[in-house]
Every structure is written in structure tokens, then in C-alpha cells.
Ligand binder design. Structure first.
Ligand SMILES: Nc1ncnc2c1ncn2[C@@H]1O[C@H](COP(=O)(O)OP(=O)(O)OP(=O)(O)O)[C@@H](O)[C@H]1O
Length: 312
């Protein structure tokens, strides 16, 4: 389990992280979402003991990160932003070095090394210097060192950054496979990643925690939540056919792709009425979809509102 209590980092007059408090339990994959410079990495660095907070505190598995740093660090694995720094080492040498630092020995050490090398598919590059690896392999070596001691808490700063779509998929599967009994915190800009791996999302902007919810709860804040969108041969004609449905608040036709979206009045369900109105007027529709909500739109509205407030 991890907790932060009013965790704050100031650089002179500038507040990079502003009183962030949350608790995360095993089984949670918590996504830190936020625009560039939001304070995600700084929060992670304070959680992992790499940066001292100006005020507030963080605990990992009950250990205060500042007062009991060794116990806290033992319980966590950390993938920092970017790549591992020991570029002249090979992945084999680097992982051996980390295994020694983590105090792994004997059969367990071999089992853990084999496990992470296999999971991250590093077999083919074990003896090549890290400097000469592709960005994706560097990232995978970084991930391997983070999970080598099978920690209870994993803090992963943009774990899929620099990976190609197949590798992204593999790393997301790896995170899902490890999620059951660990607390995993990942930072990301990629909203589809939140869908793919997170069961909870914290939105940070301007150093402040602005939302803490499940991805579905965030989507429910979208104006697209429970909207019905469709592609029709003649969208204007479809719009006219839907005009009399009392529970529709508004209808928009996208000027780019000509897709029609009908937005329900608060709390209303309109899918059945839309289908009925279209079929009774025999309007051809190639595709019709009930929307869950759009995370990108919710993300924009939360973080832009903070920017406006921050400037005021
Ligand atoms: N050592 C420092 N001195 C002054 N300002 C800093 C320092 N380190 C970070 N900052 C500032 O703190 C803010 C938060 O940075 P941070 O790296 O935590 O953001 P982030 O959310 O991780 O961004 P990104 O998504 O771009 O990685 C930024 O405005 C950054 O410029």
C-alpha cells in the first residue's frame, strides 16, 4: 500500500507539486494523467525517495519514505523517466549488478533473472552494451530492473514511452499480469493506456490533484456519455428524423467526417428511441454506437479549466 499526505515540492516560488494526497491498495493500477509539466514525475520521485518533499509525506508498505528509506526502497521498484544510466554495461551485467544491490542470491536470484529476461524478451540483447540498444530495448531493460526483486509496489514513469505498438501491448500485458497483488502506479500521456491497464486514474495539472476516479467514472463526466453516434448516407435527413425525440438535448453533425451525434438530456437513455425513429423512417445507417464517454474530452476539460484558474 502507498499513501501520500499533502505531498508538496517547491522550487523557489514555483510549486511543482501542490499538496497531493491519495492512498493506493494492492490490486490497483493507478494511472497518473496530466499534461507536460503537471508534476507527475516529481510526485513519483518523492514517492520513491529520489527527491525530498518540501512538505508532506509519503509511505510505502507502511514505511515513511524519508524516515525509513531502506525499508521503503526494498518494497518498491522504480522505472524512472528515460533509460537506465549505465550505458556502457550490457543488460546481463546491469541486471546482475541490480540483483546484487537488491541482495538476491542463489537459486532465487537465477529464477528472478530468468523470469525478467524472459518476460521482457531480452535474450537476444543480453551481451550488447545498453548504449547501443534501441529506445524500446533500453526501456525494457529499465523495466526489468524495476521488477527484478518482485516488489510489492511498482512506480513506472511512462513505461511504454518509445515502444512500438507491439511492444506497448506486451508491456501492458505484463503490467496486467503483475497487477493482482501489487500496487502499480504508472504515469502516461496516452489515454488509451488508461483503458488498457488502469483501474483508477488520478488527473494532475499545475501540481494539483484534480480528479481521482475509475476510468469509467471519468468517462461518465464526458458530454458524450450515453450519446448515440452514427454514420448515415444522409446525416441531415437522419437529424430531421430524430428531431422529435423528447429526451435528446442536441444533435451535432461533425463537419469533417459527417458523423452525427445525438446527446441525451441528463440521465436519459436515447438509444432505443433513436433506433426506432431511424428504422420507422427507413433511414439507412451504416453504423450506430452508444458512446461510453470520451476520456480525451474529459481530460481536456479538467486540465484546461485548471490552466485558466492558474492564470487568474
Ligand atoms: N529541479 C527543478 N527546478 C525547477 N523546476 C523544476 C525542477 N524539476 C522539475 N521542475 C518543474 O516542475 C514541474 C513539474 O515537472 P514534472 O517533471 O514533474 O512534470 P511531468 O508531469 O512529469 O511532465 P512530463 O509529462 O513532461 O514528463 C515542471 O514545470 C518542471 O519544469
Amino acid at each position: 500500500m502507498i499513501t501520500t499526505t499533502a505531498l508538496t515540492k517547491r522550487y523557489g516560488d514555483f510549486t511543482a507539486v501542490d499538496q497531493i494526497s491519495f492512498t493506493a491498495e494492492p490490486g490497483q493500477v493507478l494511472g497518473f494523467l496530466g499534461p507536460n509539466g503537471a508534476g507527475k514525475s516529481t510526485t513519483m520521485k518523492m514517492l520513491t525517495g529520489f527527491l525530498a518533499p518540501t512538505s508532506g509525506r509519503a509511505t510505502v508498505c507502511g514505511f515513511d519514505v524519508e524516515e525509513q528509506p531502506l525499508q521503503a526502497k526494498k518494497a518498491l521498484g522504480y522505472l524512472p523517466e528515460g533509460a537506465p544510466s549505465y550505458g556502457e554495461m550490457t543488460p546481463r551485467g546491469f541486471l546482475d549488478f541490480i540483483a546484487a544491490l537488491r541482495g538476491l542470491s542463489g537459486a532465487y536470484r537465477k529464477q528472478r533473472l530468468d523470469d525478467v529476461i524472459g518476460r521482457l524478451q531480452l535474450e537476444g540483447v543480453l551481451d550488447q552494451s545498453i548504449d547501443t540498444l534501441s529506445k524500446g530495448f533500453k526501456r525494457r531493460v529499465g523495466l526489468a530492473q524495476a521488477i527484478l526483486h518482485d516488489p510489492k509496489v511498482l512506480i513506472l514513469d511512462e513505461p511504454t514511452d518509445g515502444l512500438d505498438p507491439n511492444q506497448k501491448h506486451q508491456v501492458r500485458e505484463l503490467i496486467n499480469a503483475m497487477a493482482k497483488d501489487k500496487v502499480i502506479v504508472i504515469s502516461t500521456h496516452i489515454l488509451e493506456e488508461v483503458h488498457a491497464v488502469c483501474n483508477r486514474a488520478i488527473v494532475i495539472a499545475g501540481g494539483k490533484l484534480l480528479a481521482d476516479a475509475t476510468p469509467a467514472e471519468l468517462e461518465a463526466r464526458s458530454r458524450y456519455h450515453r450519446a448515440v453516434s452514427l454514420t448515415a448516407e444522409n446525416p441531415e435527413q437522419a437529424k430531421t428524423a430524430l428531431a422529435d425525440i423528447a429526451d435528446i438535448a442536441s444533435i451535432e453533425i461533425d463537419p469533417q467526417d459527417r458523423r452525427l451525434t445525438a446527446f441525451p438530456k441528463p440521465g436519459k437513455a436515447i438509444l432505443a428511441a433513436v433506433s426506432e425513429a431511424l428504422s420507422s423512417r427507413q433511414i439507412a445507417v451504416s453504423e450506430l454506437q452508444l458512446e461510453a464517454g470520451r476520456l480525451d474530452e474529459v481530460f481536456r476539460s479538467i486540465t484546461l479549466a485548471q490552466q485558466v484558474e492558474g492564470r487568474a
